[in-house]
Design a protein around this ligand. Sequence first.
Ligand SMILES: CC(=O)SCCNC(=O)CCNC(=O)[C@H](O)C(C)(C)COP(=O)(O)OP(=O)(O)OC[C@H]1O[C@@H](n2cnc3c(N)ncnc32)[C@H](O)[C@@H]1OP(=O)(O)O
Ligand SMILES: CC(C)C(=O)C(=O)O
Length: 514
Amino acid sequence: MRKIDIFDTTLRDGEQSAGINLNTAEKLEIARQLERLGVTVMEAGFPAASPGDQDAVRKIAGTVKNSIVTGLARCNQKDIDAAWEALRVAEQPHIHIFLATSPIHMAYKLKKTPEEVIEASVEAVKYAKKFFPLVQWSAEDGSRTEPDFLARIVTEVVKAGATTVNIPDTVGYATPQDYGAIFKFLKETVPNIDRVKLSAHCHDDLGMATANTLAAIENGADQVEGTINAIGERAGNVGLEEVAVALHIRKDHYNVETGINLKEIKRTSQLVSQLTGVAIQPNKAVTGKNAFAHESGIHQDGMLKNPNTYEIITPELIGDAHTELVLGKHSGRHAFKTRAEEMGFTLEPERLNEAFAEFKKLADRKKVITEADLLVILTDQQIQEADARIYELSGVQLSSGTANIPTATITVVRPDGETITEAATGTGSVESIFNALERIVSEKVHILDYRVSSVGKGRDALGEAVVKVLIGEDEITGRDAAQDVLEATANAYLNAINRKLVKNAQPTETVPLT
Ligand SMILES: CC(=O)SCCNC(=O)CCNC(=O)[C@H](O)C(C)(C)COP(=O)(O)OP(=O)(O)OC[C@H]1O[C@@H](n2cnc3c(N)ncnc32)[C@H](O)[C@@H]1OP(=O)(O)O
Ligand SMILES: CC(C)C(=O)C(=O)O
């Protein structure tokens, strides 16, 4: 069977979604899970974009061993140098450089002639080859590029030493027929095209990203790019979970394999949703919570008689086991540690003890601890070191009801160690919490978005709160999960403030080359 490489860009194009801002610890956590998922390449960021991104790419490149780690760069030496600085520690250093090739992008955005775009691309590929054995070049807006020009520039970058050539449908404009035809045309026209990997990168502006990606595969693409949960710029990228499962379920038609460990899909999706704060729509293909729910009588009748009547994918295929994890208040450290390891967490003994203490506290209040609960507890412990607790919640007291004015009394330990208590009213409990916290913190905070959802099922499920705030010019997302959703709300607000303070404390200059 032909092998299709999976190139994940959750941490780069996915993070370009409006409102997503991952810190290094969160990126590292997702990168480890992407490695378990079995992606061939993961794009960890855009090193020249900020010192934070450069640091995250460097840490991921130094940690991940079973997937190739790459970083994005424009066609200039400064970006390529920044990428090398971050990626030199990788096992197989890989860089992804791009330049737009469509008439509109060349004329209006780059203000370059087609000849200048060819020259800049060739120079950048040759410069990158001095450092990187693996050089991917992308024709940004490739699907709206004049085909003969596309074939010419691809011929030149292949000659210059590119090892992968990517033809993105940057604005999600192509139809499956258009997009497939580009791959067929390049395969037939460009000399030595079989010496490089040909890659597809689709956006979902017209809802055709999955169909376009599959059309590229049918027409010769060797690699496909996308994100988990289909996050990404504007309407998002293609969801890799959809591509991987479509190729598996319809292998009779596509006859290719990806190397993706399908059983890790559910967990990866849940982790990305948890850390980005972007909920998965219930009817989302493959990973939505209704994807395996059968509601109507005729369907249920069919399912009972033969599940194949209505179920083309089983939840087990993507690791969505329905069997609840039997860990409860009588479980001990061994069982807890073993389960944590099975879930891919190797925590320091101190962090494991703290996670175990959190688990026991929860088990006292909740009948069944689900895998979703454990994922929240263990992930929070793993990222805690970087997520400094500068303001720390000490207590929340609420008085509310239909006949009185909601009032929150909140106690917080401030960065200077002082314990401070403030009370405030609001039109509802949540607003009274935000108002009381605003009196405690010194930053001017504007709430942009607030969401609560349950983690897992059942009336005693954990409540997760996500608060997106604007502080100065920075949009920051904070989150927390607790049994009491109002406690989670106060903690999510403080988590956002703490992240802003950590961000302020980071150096702003780019890291010098050594
Ligand atoms: C399709 C994609 O997803 S492409 C990736 C998009 N991702 C991002 O932009 C996220 C990270 N970006 C950033 O942090 C910033 O945009 C930076 C640090 C890269 C650049 O910031 P600035 O120097 O302030 O430039 P700004 O973003 O305003 O403009 C982009 C410049 O890069 C040029 N440019 C755009 N693409 C390329 C390219 N592939 N190669 C070389 N130059 C390019 C533009 O023409 C413009 O140049 P100009 O300043 O001479 O007009
Ligand atoms: C940088 C390229 C690959 C990109 O993200 C796009 O064109 O959408």
